[in-house]
Design a protein around this ligand. Structure first.
Ligand code: NDP
Length: 249
């Protein structure tokens, strides 16, 4: 068990990639606090499932766009779990649209959730990590933030921002034994991707050398590695798992 008795926060744990990360942490012996926005019943089911693996697991309804609520969350989790060792910033949304049709609200909502959420949680965790001179952070970016994807100017900007945030913070907190890394998944089969049109999915598939969409386990496996001692000399990096989609021709 890689994370026995460590305490972790995962944002957006109820579905897709976040859910798989919660279960991976449970299987590796961690105690887990996860957040969600709306899916209260999914949250209850996941808490039970993680607890059945022997983990302490609690869910918290917190909008990652809310700085003050994020601060309250961190203080609450520290009390509920007796400490905090790991933060996985996973919560994210898309509102894909051609730029010429994109409203300011669609821009702001995506950037505020995806990048603002990373700031809100990390800003409120970092003092604890600095004081204890240890901590592990993994941020969920996207291949869209690296290669750019049409109709995703809002999303790609937020995800590229996460990579810059990761690199800067990694430098800043390395002297305090805190590692900060990111993962950049390609197309992963979750609710976020199931809404895409079949034609577009077929088009995308042609651009993926491994000829399949990824699954949430592919992402959780990389998160496990980055959080483990096996990655003890890795900080400020972004691991891409996209079936080779971002490789240059
Ligand atoms: P899903 O849409 O399946 O799940 C999103 C999760 O984020 C849910 O738990 C949701 O909570 C939560 N969430 C959304 N908005 C907020 C908010 N404002 N405050 C708190 N929680 C929120 O997404 P995926 O699992 O597909 O994606 C997870 C992460 O991976 C995202 O950051 C995404 O950008 C990234 N990613 C996904 C890819 C993919 O192909 N799926 C590819 C590359 C990156 P609730 O259930 O309550 O709504």
């Amino acid at each position: 068990m890689l994370f026995k008795d460590k305490s972790a926060i995962v944002t957006g744990g109820t579905r897709g990639i976040g859910r798989e990360i919660v279960m991976m942490l449970a299987e590796e012996g961690a105690n887990i606090a996860f957040t969600y926005l709306k899916s209260a019943s999914d949250a209850q089911i996941l808490v039970k499932e993680a607890q059945s693996r022997g983990a302490k697991c609690l869910s918290y309804q917190v909008d990652v766009r809310d700085f003050d609520k994020s601060k309250e969350l961190i203080e609450k989790v520290k009390l509920d779990f007796g400490g905090l060792d790991i933060l996985v910033n996973n919560a994210g949304i898309t509102k894909d649209k051609a730029l010429m049709m994109m409203s300011r609200d669609e821009w702001l909502e995506v950037v505020d959730t995806n990048l603002g959420g990373v700031f809100n949680l990390t800003r409120n965790v970092i003092v604890t990590f600095l004081k204890q001179k240890s901590g592990l952070i993994v941020n969920v970016s996207s291949v869209s933030g690296i290669i750019g994807l049409s109709r995703q100017t809002n999303y790609a900007s937020s995800k590229a921002g996460i990579i810059g945030f990761t690199r800067s913070l990694a430098r800043e907190v390395a002297p305090y034994n805190i590692r900060v890394n990111a993962v950049a998944p390609g197309f992963i089969e979750t609710d976020m991707v199931s809404g895409l049109k079949e034609e577009y999915k077929n088009e995308l598939m042609k651009r993926i050398p491994l000829a399949r969409f990824g699954n949430a386990k592919d992402v959780a496996n990389s998160v496990r590695f980055l959080l483990s001692d096996a990655a003890g000399y890795i900080t400020g990096q972004t691991i891409i798992m996209d079936g080779g989609m971002s490789l240059a021709l």
